[in-house]
Design a protein around this ligand. Structure first.
Ligand SMILES: Cc1cc2nc3c(=O)[nH]c(=O)nc-3n(C[C@H](O)[C@H](O)[C@H](O)COP(=O)(O)OP(=O)(O)OC[C@H]3O[C@@H](n4cnc5c(N)ncnc54)[C@H](O)[C@@H]3O)c2cc1C
Length: 503
């Protein structure tokens, strides 16, 4: 006999994970997803034999040695997946002829940076020391054997005692502030291209530490196969997914969530309702803002989000075998800046998926160009369909023109050209303002790392939320941990032991 029934809105990584852990703990769950695919933002699409990947660059926890790996085993992502660890995070080809390479290996990075800008020796030493500090970080997990858990707790305790203040300072420092002390202006500009400038530097340091540890690999096959793996795990555990089913309202009776009304007019009732969909539409549309107190509203009024994107997927009949294989691409300064959605673009980053042979037919390559772009601009352009399509065509032409500078002859080799805008992200995943990863962690909300955001709303019972809108910093591991954290809470409230298993 199953325990409570659970409805989950959204089959992104968070919703699928909540479903997986719910099934492992004898809840009877069903997921309702508005799209016809699992994965939400973690997706890819096929065009004429090319795969355009819409998400994955690096997956934290890809090393079997890390604590996080166990979670990837629990949700079915690790099984049969091959991860590759790339030597370069990103390249920046400077206008003065130098090339800055952010190597994954810390020693190699340090030597290269010292050679690149000897005048910045002190800042480089500190930067590399800061990265190294995070290499020893491995969070204790509830599945660790007792001795290992104790060892990890002691290590973490020591780290917090001796490095706690330093870590707090880094958490509250944005990437832009951190890099401002570098004297070489070219190096400063290049470093700012590597990371979202308003995002806490701590997460860049963590990322570089994980890359060094070979714990942030790229999964061959890309994003959608990982989402399919979660879907498989969920259904094998007995869960049911209903696609093309959009939640319109959460049905509330006497301050208790009792079910969901869908856009086709149908209703479904359950003991528990979980929204793993976009936070804004959950709180302000599905629940009509009735349970939004000041604390709940505050992030939507004042926090910064990961910027929405213009996302250009390109399939080219050209081998990029000789090009560097990087986690995040190759950036270069444009001889002739281009204007994209009202913003002047001086540097262009192109990310060839030349590290993954499954992404394009033999001898051909899938490329991605990703540019931050204002949501309001697109909202206005999107009011006129013809204007919107024209703008997308113009962007496609400008990007190809800009690629000619670096890859002469590419124009005639383009076989696929696909432009997604913030409105595309919003339409396909519901994410507020088309944001690709939810809340940025900035000095303003850095406290959420210690004092987590609530997964419930004040005054509303039997209702929970998970996913990137209640986990600042976002990302795939965070979404899985969010679904897991939620089911653990359910178990605690129902006085049950929380169980997990791996495949
Ligand atoms: C370009 C890009 C690069 C990225 N790179 C990385 C990376 O390298 N590593 C990494 O870890 N993360 C990366 N991310 C971030 C990561 O993809 C997201 O943080 C994560 O997928 C969010 O998962 P989620 O389940 O919280 O939300 P979502 O993926 O947004 O899932 C929400 C789901 O709810 C559904 N939904 C919404 N509204 C409704 C409704 N009303 N009814 C029914 N269903 C609904 C949506 O369709 C969607 O399927 C990247 C994202 C992008 C876009």
């Amino acid at each position: 006999m199953k325990d409570k029934s659970v409805i989950i809105i959204g089959a992104g990584f968070a919703g699928l994970s909540a479903g997986i852990y719910a099934q492992m703990n004898n809840y009877s769950s069903e997921i309702y997803e508005m799209h016809n695919l699992p994965g939400g933002l973690c997706t890819s699409w096929n065009r004429k034999g090319y795969t355009i990947d819409g998400c994955i660059h690096w997956l934290v926890g890809s090393s079997p040695k890390s604590g996080m790996y166990r979670l990837w085993q629990e949700v079915g992502v690790a099984k049969g997946r091959k991860f590759i660890n790339l030597e370069e995070f990103k390249r920046y080809e400077c206008p003065d002829g130098r090339t800055l390479i952010i190597y994954s290996d810390i020693d190699r990075l340090k030597n290269h940076l010292l050679e690149f800008s000897p005048q910045d020796e002190d800042a480089i030493e500190d930067f590399c020391r800061d990265i190294r500090m995070f290499t020893s970080f491995d969070q204790p997990s509830d599945t660790d054997p007792l001795v290992k858990k104790m060892q990890k707790n002691i290590k973490l305790g020591l780290m917090m005692t001796f490095r706690g203040n330093k870590m707090k300072k880094l958490l509250r420092t944005t990437a832009r502030e951190y890099f401002s002390r570098f004297k070489d202006p070219v190096l400063r500009e290049a470093l700012e291209e590597v990371w979202v400038p308003d995002f806490s530097i701590m997460f860049m340091l963590f990322t570089l530490a994980w890359l060094h540890e070979k714990n942030a690999g790229y999964p061959l096959g890309g994003s959608l196969p990982m989402s399919r793996a979660l879907e498989k795990r969920y259904t094998e555990l007995g869960g049911k997914i209903h696609y093309r089913k959009k939640a319109e309202k959460i049905i509330v009776e006497q301050d208790k969530a009792v079910g969901v009304l869908f856009s086709d007019g149908s209703k479904k009732y359950s003991d528990v309702v979980i929204s793993a969909a976009d936070g804004y539409s959950t709180i302000f549309n599905m629940l009509e803002g009735k349970y939004a107190d000041e604390k709940t509203k505050q992030p939507y009024e004042s926090w910064k989000i990961f910027p929405p994107l213009v996302y250009v997927g390109i399939g080219v009949n050209r081998s990029f075998e000789q090009e560097p294989k990087t986690v995040s691409g190759i950036c270069y300064k444009l001889n002739n800046p281009i204007e994209i959605a009202g913003v002047e673009i001086n540097n262009l980053t192109v990310h060839p998926f030349n590290m993954d042979p499954t992404m394009a037919p033999d001898g051909k390559t899938s490329l991605v160009v990703m540019l931050p772009s204002g949501y309001q601009y697109w909202k206005k352009v999107g009011e006129d369909r013809a204007e919107y399509e024209k703008e997308k065509d113009q962007i496609a032409a400008k990007i190809i023109g800009a690629l000619e500078q670096r890859y002469p002859g590419i124009t005639s080799q383009v076989e696929v050209l696909d432009v997604a805008t913030p409105l595309t992200f919003e339409r396909y995943t519901g994410n507020w303002q088309g944001s690709f990863e939810g809340w940025l962690i900035t000095p303003e909300n850095s406290y959420t790392l210690m004092k987590r955001m609530s997964q419930t709303l004040p005054g509303l019972q039997n209702f929970y939320m998970c996913g990137q809108w209640v986990e600042p910093g976002g990302g795939l591991p965070t979404s899985v941990m969010s679904g897991r954290r939620l089911v653990k809470t359910l178990c605690r409230e129902d006085k049950k032991k929380f169980n997990t298993s791996i495949v």
